[in-house]
Design a protein around this ligand. Sequence first.
Ligand SMILES: Cc1cc2nc3c(=O)[nH]c(=O)nc-3n(C[C@H](O)[C@H](O)[C@H](O)COP(=O)(O)OP(=O)(O)OC[C@H]3O[C@@H](n4cnc5c(N)ncnc54)[C@H](O)[C@@H]3O)c2cc1C
Ligand code: FES
Ligand code: FES
Length: 1378
Amino acid sequence: MEQQKTPTSLVFGVNGERFELSHVHPSTTLLEFLRTHTRFKSVKLGCGEGGCGACVVLISKYDPVLDQVEDFTASSCLTLLCSIHGCSITTSEGIGNTKEGFHPIHERFAGFHASQCGFCTPGMCVSLFGTLTNAEKTNRPEPPAGFSKVTVNEAEKAIAGNLCRCTGYRPIADVCKSFAANVDMEDLGFNSFWRKGDSKDFKVRRLPQYVPNKTNNRFPMFLKEIKHDVFLASGKCSWHRPISLIELQNLLKLHNSNGTRIKIVVSNTSMGYYKNKEVYDNYIDLRGVSELSKIRKDQTGIEIGATVTISKAIEALKEESRSDFISDYVMMLEKITDHMSKIGSGFLRNTASVGGNLVLAQKNNFPSDIAVVLLAVDAMVHIMTGTQFEWLTLEEFLEKPPLGLESVLLSIKIPSLKLNQSQSSEPRSRFLFETYRASPRPLGNALPYLNAAFLVKVSPCKDSGGTVVDTCRLSFGVYGSKHAITAKKVEEFLAGKLLSVSILYDAVNLITASIVPKDNSSKTAYRSSLAAGFIFQFFNPLLKTAVITNGYFNGHTNHPFVEDFELKDNQKQVHHDKVPTLLSSGKQLLEAGCEYHPVGEPIIKSGAALQASGEAVFVDDIPSPSNCLHGAYIYSTKPLARVRSIKLTSELQLDGVRDIISSKDIPNGGENIGSKTIFGIEPLFAEEIARCVGERLAFVVADTQKVADMAANSAVVDYDTENLEPPILSVEDAVERSSFFEVPPFLYPKHVGDISKGMSEADHKIVSAQMKLGSQYYFYMETQTALAIPDEDNCITVYSSNQCPEYTHSIIARCLGIPENSVRVITRRVGGGFGGKSVKAMPVATSCALAAQKLQRPVRIYLNRKTDMIMAGGRHPMKITYSVGFRNDGKITALELQILVDAGIYVDISAVMPHNIVSALKKYDWGALAVDIKVCRTNRPSRSAMRGPGEVQGSFIAEAIIENVAATLSMDVDSVRSINLHTYKSLQSFYEYSHGEPCEYTLPSIWSKLAVSSNYDQRTKMVQEFNRINIWKKRGISRVPVVFQLMQRPTPGKVSIFSDGSVVVEVGGIEVGQGLWTKVKQMAAYALGAIQCDGIGGLLDKIRVIQSDSVSMIQGGFTAGSTTSESSCEAVRLSCNILVERLKPLKENLPQEMGSINWETLILQAYMQAVDLSASSFYVPSMNSMSYLNYGAAVSEVEVDILNGETRFLQTDILYDCGQSLNPAVDLGQIEGAFVQGLGFFMLEEYETNVDGLVLQDGTWNYKIPTIDTIPIQFNVQILNSGHHQQRVLSSKASGEPPLLLAASIHCATRAAVREARKQLLSWSNQDGADSAFELGVPATMPVVKQLCGLDNPVIVLQSITDSFSLAGTHKVQVDQK
Ligand SMILES: Cc1cc2nc3c(=O)[nH]c(=O)nc-3n(C[C@H](O)[C@H](O)[C@H](O)COP(=O)(O)OP(=O)(O)OC[C@H]3O[C@@H](n4cnc5c(N)ncnc54)[C@H](O)[C@@H]3O)c2cc1C
Ligand code: FES
Ligand code: FES
């Protein structure tokens, strides 16, 4: 019997090191173990739900029978530690590191400038490593030296499931492609290995050489001996791995009878979705039961064991479909594999089981792709209940009540089609099969809005030459409270029918009525429209060609759907790849300046390889000091309520919870303060009353982060709202109740010109038009985090991931009631900030400090993604009303704006919004401009700075107005833009203090240069032609300018030279991934180089920029507004100048005694002669250089699928003025990364709240940042070297934020495509003309776009054909093809 087994211990290897554990709680994840019990910190926690790839590891398993090692990537945040018994784990530091040498993957990440903040990079490296490792096992021809057997296409897809918020992916894709044997070296983008024009051979030689790993040699010997069955018991918990069905039956019987809480697991990936709060005592791992892991094939079909992973199932089905004989069955299998390969990501599919997926669909109504696809093919499932076995159809299985604990799914069978077909009386009948998946990410890692699969038997009709539907099976995923279903009514309706337009029309209508997503699902109408679109897409090509002709479609030629369709063509479809090719080669044009060498050189980002190997230390990587506690927030779920009490469940109180810190714990002399800006403060904790959802009520402190999170989650807060006013939940409420934040006069935008005069000069007016803009979440890969350590004499040191340590420092002192000289805040690097780690990081650090001071123990926190998303606030939503006057030629004469900004409950930086919105909006010459902006105080989470705060919205508002003016005049939008661009004169009146010299106004030349380099005019014509001949896809192209006002702020810097000549630099600015340290290093090398002694050329390698320490750099200020790098550089230059002045006399005296002098000797002499070799300075920009303008423009072209609303970003060309770039590689990264983040805002990222202000999108499942498959396919960037700018730091200009605004070009191009679709829609209803009066929402997601293109466009087209049949008779409607 199982209970008599002797417990074994868990043995596994990590990067070659042996680990043996006898006491493990079975719920422990591999990530938890690696991060808390080993020195391997490269596995990062980005989401904890399998959706980001930051935690990816390579798992290797030895098969003693085959003497082979199997390698696969997996997300360690979902992998249970007990499940890796006998396995070897490889992390990024395991494939290479500082000590043993970096792996070429690491070196290429560095050399291609593909790592910015570095938080995602180790996961990316392991994903790529896994792909390379498996490619080497194939029997493909040996690749050329230095390359892998991987293909370009596989290489790009290697990181398809990994998220990066900084880079924009293009350089990462280049790293991946650089390993592919079939790569065209010309396709690889800008890097530090070679220069443009170098020969192919040279390029190959310069790449860090890749030598394939022999996996079997890498696999540790000590694991080869390990037996794979494991039984672990610790306390009342156990982990079983039965190896036979009998053993499994006994275990289930035993545990079900004794009432212990058991959990059946395969790979545990379901925890990524159902973050189960339940606690289990006993886990039963099914993967040891051989019957469940087999794949059997015979003529009746393919049977897949329930524990077979999705990846292996795909492989097996592919294997089958590789047969020479292309049958309908083969075609079907191929399409099933194609669909399955979009489930999750590679590292998910490598572990997730087919059975687990179907059980989730059966028990929890999980929106499974597998259930939908297999339902269409009439799959069978084999179930074991107790000792009984039965076969059910998948349909019966799904219809059953949820599977009980006594039942196990054993296998799934895909029946062969051949048998069915032989029953057919019609020899020429065929099976057609297709699957559909409308998802925001084409390659997967996103649940679809709707999925479907159709298996249809058709035969030709001898008499009419048309197609008869013999039978059909139409399955749909119906989300909400229902599992996948088949559309029976439509199946019955179609069976036996000769396909015609009217039959299809009826079928489409029937499907719209039957596929109605049930409760809990959103976007119901959109999803139903998708169902209609799928049916139309499938059956339309089967209609007889002549019915839909060119003539009918008012000059449109037919789309491939309506081209002549022969049944045999369906076979050809089998091998066509519906996934668009990922990226084509982009161009990056940048000039390295040599005047200030090494400033201006595209040198590699400081520490990039270290980031790639995962050795770079982020706050949560700092090992916990002994006795360390962990915190988690209890936050309000009410917008305005009195908090009467907070209670935790008693069970957790006993188990590791140490305290609950709240405003009551603020010490005497301290203040309840969590953050401050120049505009005001925010309390650390709500006192009696909670004023918004997400407000901090208390801070649970526990022994581990897991317990703290569980405790905070289980907290029960007793609220009451008696005698409280209703909360203010909208800007309209705020206006009604005059709830506004004050805006200091110096930040309130001035009117320009005379608005009444401007309006009177107008030929046309648009009056009181409205639009709304929503929010955006930072999605930094590293969530908010801090570690506070109490020190002697009531002092405290806090490590914080923070963009403003200076303010955090003073908040902590005020909160604890101690002098500022007793606090020290240290920030080394930040895993992505984007503004979110400025004000919002302060309370996180302060909470830890308060708890640490009270308990006199170190306290740390790493916020879970959900809490972070709820508390973050993000970008400011706003409501805009405008009136605009313009002339017949498109010249705008006056613009009047009222903007209501929703700032949330505390002021944060919101008072700056009016200034920022208007400064970006003024990019056009509006003639006269009058604005009225109110910063509304509402009971919603306070919004904070996010990359381009206000500027992004201001710039977009300007574009929306221009679009509206052009639409009203029926003019080309680009001409309206051009005519309203500033002259230098109008620029002067709109930007009174920052317009610069005439020669610095580069926008007009950027505008025209970009038109040429992007081939704008010709492509515009091509787009028009495309739209003329395509019905179901429409394209749009748009050119958008940006003018961005920047402001430099005072910044400190300090440079110290050690006796060996090595240099340490400290700056106020924080390295958030933007390359600040790299530019600072270059500047220090340049400025110290003025000493002109031997060996000075190698100085760059002797310089280290160190972590920011608020005690050392006391006035560091905010790292924000894009200018911190240049200000820090200037502070460093000033410090270096001081040192050079001190060293010069010494150097001048020395040569007479010593001959030629090198740097080290000079410094040694300086030490001997007591020269002060540490200098600091505080750069304060002068009034006339403080503010300046930056310019750029972008052209984007997109393609919209009007059946499902999907937008593909075909090409973007950017031309951006960086002045004389301090480091073009860094600036290129900023431009691309910012643009892609903007693309996310405008097209993909929904960050909505319910009426109370609670965030609806709270994780990777529903918050979709761009991935490698949703960036412009062709992405060309040119950095304009605009020469000299006297007032700038070595003539440079900033790059961090302005390019984000350029992503509006994608939105405008989408609008143009949608306009075409609407024009066509009108023509189908026999109405002419353009329909200008539509607003394309932000983000323009698939449902938004589809809604505007016509939810029922297939119905309308079919309706109009049917109508015309009845009017004119079929023969008259037919118009001969040319
Ligand atoms: C990030 C992410 C993205 C995803 N994207 C998609 C997607 O796009 N489309 C899609 O269809 N799916 C998607 N999934 C779901 C994924 O396919 C399932 O989580 C996975 O297949 C479950 O397999 P598992 O081996 O991890 O099961 P587990 O998590 O181990 O088990 C799942 C459940 O089934 C039970 N169970 C497992 N096997 C059996 C069995 N043989 N008999 C009885 N009970 C059993 C377990 O007790 C548990 O309740 C995604 C999942 C994640 C985490
Ligand atoms: S942390 Fe594991 S996938 Fe995001
Ligand atoms: S470098 Fe990818 S998330 Fe920062």
